[in-house]
Design a protein. Structure first.
Length: 273
């Protein structure tokens, strides 16, 4: 059995609606469906009833699950009536997908952060499906499996379904995505639209560590991997991992790992030989 048979992407695309749209499949969509709302909003059937779907909502449908999608005229904050709804959608199937789906109970609706990592996976799958001649049909299959596993990770890492927990999860994503650059607490709080004091409190409550300590841990872990596996000079590694001073990097690295970066590189590279 080939990779594309184990996990086959049947169709994938991006849609942006500026006119009302309605679709219903009461006896199920026949294949697995992932739908990620990226812009505007619509309504879709979730647990038997039409539910408003906002930007950042990910829908997962089993082949036997009834599907209904309704995109209506909406009134914006200025009182203007318009239609606006954008989404990625992927229909897929296969033995691997059956096994993945059955490993755990899967909610129809998941609130996710529209990170560049997640959007890139959707984009890449869509681009692969648009290729007229593709000598490597197994590539979209592998991307699809990565996307499914990424969804599992998103579910496992979300600390809670409450608003406070979701904000803390967004802060965590911001740190991971921006750890290689210099940022302030004000930047972190601004990314989720709350005050610095509230951001600090929510993160500590959710993850039992401070924003700055978690940032430091992420940066040091990045540096550790690059010291072992990349040929980059240590000074460049420090800079590429968000440290604006090699002296400071040297001190915090020694504090965490018990030895200087150069000694750490020598010992661990010898172990790889």
């Amino acid at each position: 059995m080939t990779a594309d048979q184990i996990c086959q992407v049947l169709t994938a695309g991006f849609s942006f609606h500026r006119k009302p749209y309605y679709f219903s499949q009461s006896d199920g969509v026949k294949n697995y469906l992932l739908r990620l709302q990226t812009d505007g909003r619509c309504r879709a059937k979730v647990n038997g009833k039409l539910t408003y779907i906002e930007s950042g909502d990910l829908l997962l449908y089993h082949p036997t699950e009834p599907y209904e999608l309704k995109i209506d005229n909406e009134e914006n904050k200025l009182g203007e009536v318009l239609v606006e709804s954008g989404d990625y959608h992927i229909f897929f199937s296969g033995q691997w997908v059956d096994e993945w789906w059955n490993k755990k109970k899967r909610p129809t609706l998941i609130k996710v952060d529209l990170t560049e990592n997640l959007l890139t996976l959707f984009r890449q799958i869509v681009l692969e499906q648009r290729r007229i001649a593709n000598p490597y049909p197994e590539i979209p299959s592998y991307y699809m499996r990565i996307l499914c596993l990424e969804i599992d990770r998103l579910l496992s890492e979300q600390p809670t379904s409450t608003q406070n927990g979701y904000l803390a999860f967004q802060i965590k994503n911001y740190i991971v995505e921006n750890a290689s650059t210099l940022f302030k607490l004000e930047d972190v709080a601004s990314s989720v639209g709350i005050s610095v004091s509230r951001a600090v409190h929510l993160f500590k409550e959710a993850f039992d560590t401070s924003i700055m300590q978690y940032t430091m841990d992420v940066r040091l872990n990045m540096a550790r991997e690059r010291i072992i596996f990349s040929p980059m000079p240590l000074e460049h590694i420090a800079e590429s991992c968000g440290f604006n001073s090699y002296t400071y990097f040297h001190r915090v690295f020694r504090s965490k790992y018990g030895m200087a970066p150069r000694e750490f590189r020598t010992i661990h590279r010898e172990q790889l030989l």
